[in-house]
Design a protein around this ligand. Sequence first.
Ligand SMILES: Cc1cc2nc3c(=O)[nH]c(=O)nc-3n(C[C@H](O)[C@H](O)[C@H](O)COP(=O)(O)O)c2cc1C
Length: 401
Amino acid sequence: MHLRRIRGMRNKKLEGKKIVLAVTGSISAVETVKLSRELIRRGAEVIPVMSKSARKIIHPYSLEFATDNKVITEITGKVEHVELLGMDGVADLLLIAPATANTISKIANGIDDTPVTTMATTAMGSGKPIVIAPAMHESMIKNLAVSKNIEKLKEMGVEFVEPVYEEFKAKFADIESICLHVERKLYGKEFEGKRIIVTSGPTFEQIDPIRFISNRSSGLMGHEIALELWRRGGDVVVITSKPRNVHLPNFREVSVRSVEEMLNASITEVKRGCDLFVSSAAAADFTIEMAESKIKTQDELILHLKAAPKILHKIREIYDGEVIGFKAETGVGDELYNIAYEKMLSDKLSMVVANDVLEKGMGTVDTKVLVITSKRKEWIEGLKSEVAEHIVRAYIEDVLS
Ligand SMILES: Cc1cc2nc3c(=O)[nH]c(=O)nc-3n(C[C@H](O)[C@H](O)[C@H](O)COP(=O)(O)O)c2cc1C
């Protein structure tokens, strides 16, 4: 009841989804209150299950409070494992977080003697998706028996959230990564096996060693589109001046600064293979030759700018596949459609996303864009994460199907 205020507050990515959160006896069990709340903020319902060892680390009341559901601590005559994760089970996914070496090894070998392992045995048999976030000392994960059991489970289709290796520990992954893995497991697989290159953020054209010319782009729109394509199975490379240090499998960030660096990285990545190029960066239109030392203070300074290479035009010389382009204008009113449509034709784009920067600004968390394909002319307004979801869905409907 008390969760009504926070459910779906962050986004709706897990709306209508029931997640069984199985907690085992790692010290990282203390993180599961936050983890539950984050899943709920994305719209999910969370049903907690705890092993006996987990209950020695945190009290079930914490998870009951965090999820507003009774914690399953034993399998009773209600056959909770079948109700939730059997063939007709009402739950959508089993998330074991944190997962101990003990529980991982038991599951990999079909041993089932705790409420958590019973949930896993059932989910594996009924084909329900499973995500495991291990947490243990490095010495435990390096144990050949444990690491082989992890590999075995991966081969069986279980998704692992890579732990963070530091201080001689394989630490519980960050909550954001765990939620993203859950979303990816539950989303469509429209981009599975596809290599996608996204450019994002501004570029920095260096005037001298300490000054540069840039713009107000935050790179958030490109980042959200990249994540959305990843959720739907894509193998994504983001070429950006604003890396967000995302640690996800099949998601790589290439850090660049100038338009020239962004162009070179784009060419390199496209040559490695590309199924979709998303050109969302606000790359510089003008560049400058950098002075070798700091330009001295003076009454007036005239900078000589020259046209920067157009990344998309250069990419078109080596790549004739699918491209989503972006067009930012200021104060053009109804002409925005014509300008964007013209770009769609001249750059052979499958989709163009246009916006008038004077309306919502640049570098903001929300936006208003005009999405154009050969089948659509549609205004979308909202948080960039919501707009990104809409753009990708429009691309799937109009271009992929
Ligand atoms: C304070 C404490 C912290 C522990 N942390 C971990 C851990 O991070 N990873 C792990 O694999 N085992 C850890 N253990 C050991 C497990 O609790 C032990 O292997 C237990 O049998 C696991 O049972 P379960 O998998 O059914 O929860 C910890 C034990 C204690 C007492």
